[in-house]
Design a protein around this ligand. Structure first.
Ligand SMILES: *[C@@H]1O[C@H](CO)[C@@H](O)[C@H](O)[C@H]1NC(C)=O
Ligand SMILES: *[C@@H]1O[C@H](CO)[C@@H](O)[C@H](O)[C@H]1NC(C)=O
Ligand SMILES: *[C@@H]1O[C@H](CO)[C@@H](O)[C@H](O)[C@H]1NC(C)=O
Ligand SMILES: *[C@@H]1O[C@H](CO)[C@@H](O)[C@H](O)[C@H]1NC(C)=O
Ligand SMILES: *[C@@H]1O[C@H](CO)[C@@H](O)[C@H](O)[C@H]1NC(C)=O
Ligand SMILES: *[C@@H]1O[C@H](CO)[C@@H](O)[C@H](O)[C@H]1NC(C)=O
Ligand SMILES: *[C@@H]1O[C@H](CO)[C@@H](O)[C@H](O)[C@H]1NC(C)=O
Ligand SMILES: *[C@@H]1O[C@H](CO)[C@@H](O)[C@H](O)[C@H]1NC(C)=O
Length: 426
């Protein structure tokens, strides 16, 4: 029973006085031209996940082209799960739309860990912005879908565009009147989608911030391999799968019968030492239904993979790594195969900030400053992809890996972002 207290400590009440948030669902009716990827089987057995990893990391290959059999128009009405926050219950003039990356959901921007002391949302609110964070289509509490031919970057960008229109023209009843100033902030895959959004709709955003991002694709295979992909629904059966919580309670009892001390610290050490974190992850709160992902949704194997992908040793609290692992989210094979489908030349003419951790793995190969003498940093080269941008800044956040929000100094970096927005008049 004691293990229950180890469950992801979400649902905590924010201690920041002037923070008012509402959770709600926004239906979006959208259409996109998606890839038909029928040459790749949907991974449905444990080893298929590794076959997929081999398929997408083969040198000299283009997995998207290998999987592609054509294109198809996808249309539908989907639910997007959102959290809207204001500094004091009163709307500001400026809104930030926050799009999370692979492995996370909207809580990436507002981690409850350590009384929200790593919160991007709190940092933005303290500077007078409102925030709108949402679970990307296909992920978390937003509608799920076919992991191969439906839940792809193209359809998710269509959802982001539609959300933005509704936020501008004031058709979301919970929010009321529309926002005049809207900035888009992404992380990783969320940055790639933000990049695609403003190319497709150059006037949709007043400014963009691409965190955990570069246009250098050389190191993306490290991400494909480093996940050590497994089927999400069996990796966390009680949370990402659909195992009844009653069986979880039986598992906890079995541990008790195996003589595991009821003292929380000892149990926690045992769970970590024997790699049981994922098996014992539960919905947050425990009464929430499990996420019940179908096959073809893949997750990183364990906390070791999470560290490899997202964290710079010595610059994060060990407990936040386990916190992130317990609350992780999967990626669909359709997303993985359309992640890089973005144009090299971007039509966007507003201000652009690229903000990447010094030791980012997927976009810098672990060292953003190792350019071989070509330019100041790998993210700085993104300026070439925005020939029309009104302003372009690349900033390297020191002592940080790809998961910017997990590092000790995260909120100082987030303050830099808010200050940059102010210098752009946003
Ligand atoms: C809103 O959702 C967050 C997770 O995104 C959760 O932690 C919080 O408790 C929810 N708040 C309410 C009032 O339901
Ligand atoms: C891997 O690629 C082969 C083609 O080379 C394909 O037949 C197979 O379905 C793919 N499997 C997965 C799980 O991606
Ligand atoms: C890989 O193939 C896809 C689909 O044909 C194509 O859109 C994309 O440009 C290719 N990527 C590269 C790097 O050649
Ligand atoms: C969206 O949510 C509403 C209410 O929760 C539900 O009735 C509806 O079926 C959902 N639609 C989709 C497409 O999931
Ligand atoms: C607001 O945007 C929605 C979604 O694009 C659209 O359906 C609606 O017609 C717009 N309303 C106004 C008043 O512009
Ligand atoms: C998802 O929805 C459940 C209720 O079904 C809620 O308890 C939980 O906080 C939500 N989580 C997020 C991240 O929105
Ligand atoms: C990525 O950056 C590395 C190091 O600067 C460089 O060697 C490589 O050619 C770059 N790759 C691409 C695709 O730009
Ligand atoms: C923390 O981040 C800020 C903003 O990027 C930076 O100025 C400062 O040097 C960082 N401190 C450490 C110890 O990394």
């Amino acid at each position: 029973m004691v293990l229950v207290t180890l469950a992801v400590a979400a649902g905590l009440v924010s201690t920041v006085a002037a923070k008012t948030c509402q959770n709600f669902t926004v239906p979006v009716t959208i259409t996109s031209r998606n890839a038909v990827l029928n040459n790749f089987a949907v991974p449905s057995s444990p080893l298929d996940a590794s076959t997929f990893a081999l398929n997408i990391t083969r040198q000299g290959g283009n997995a998207t082209a290998m999987a592609l059999t054509g294109y198809a128009t996808i249309s539908g009405t989907y639910n997007i799960s959102a959290q809207w926050c204001t500094p004091n219950g009163q709307k500001s003039t400026g809104l930030q739309i926050l799009t999370h990356g692979i492995g996370f959901d909207k809580t990436y921007w507002d981690l409850a860990f350590n009384s929200f002391s790593y919160s991007y949302v709190n940092t933005a609110l303290s500077q007078g912005y409102d925030t709108f964070a949402y679970d990307r289509l296909g992920i978390g509490n937003s509608s799920h879908g076919d992991p191969r031919n439906e839940i792809q970057s193209f359809l998710e960008v269509a959802a982001l565009a539609e959300l933005t229109r509704q936020l501008r023209n004031g058709t979301i009843s919970t929010i009321g009147s529309g926002y005049q100033k809207i900035v888009h902030v992404g992380h990783s895959f969320g940055s790639a989608q933000t990049y695609a959004l403003v190319n497709q709709y150059p006037t949709i955003s007043d400014g963009i911030v691409l965190t955990g991002f570069s246009m250098n694709s050389s190191f993306v295979p490290l991400f494909g391999a480093g996940n050590n992909f497994v089927l999400a629904n069996t990796n966390q059966p009680f949370r990402l799968g659909n195992q009844p919580i009653s069986e979880y309670n039986q598992a906890v009892q079995a541990l008790g019968q195996a003589g595991i001390s009821a003292q929380s610290a000892q149990v926690q050490a045992f769970v970590r030492q024997y790699g049981l974190t994922d098996y014992l992850a539960v919905p947050s709160p425990m009464t929430a239904p499990p996420l019940n992902y179908p096959d073809g949704y893949l997750a990183n194997r364990d906390v070791n993979a999470l560290q490899y992908l997202f964290l710079l040793p010595n610059y994060f609290d060990m407990n936040i790594a386990y916190y992130g692992e317990q609350g992780k989210q999967p990626v669909t094979i359709g997303e993985a195969l359309t992640l890089g489908s973005i144009p090299m030349m971007n039509k966007y003419a507003g201000p652009v900030l690229v903000f990447t951790g010094s030791n980012d793995l997927p976009y810098c190969g672990g060292d953003c400053l190792a350019t071989g003498g070509v330019g100041p940093s790998i993210p700085a080269a993104v300026s070439m992809n925005f020939p029309s941008a009104k302003a372009f800044t690349a900033y390297i956040q020191p002592n940080s890996g790809h998961g910017l929000n997990f590092h000790y100094n995260a909120t100082a970096g987030y303050s830099y972002i808010q200050n940059w927005l102010k210098t752009q008049g946003l």
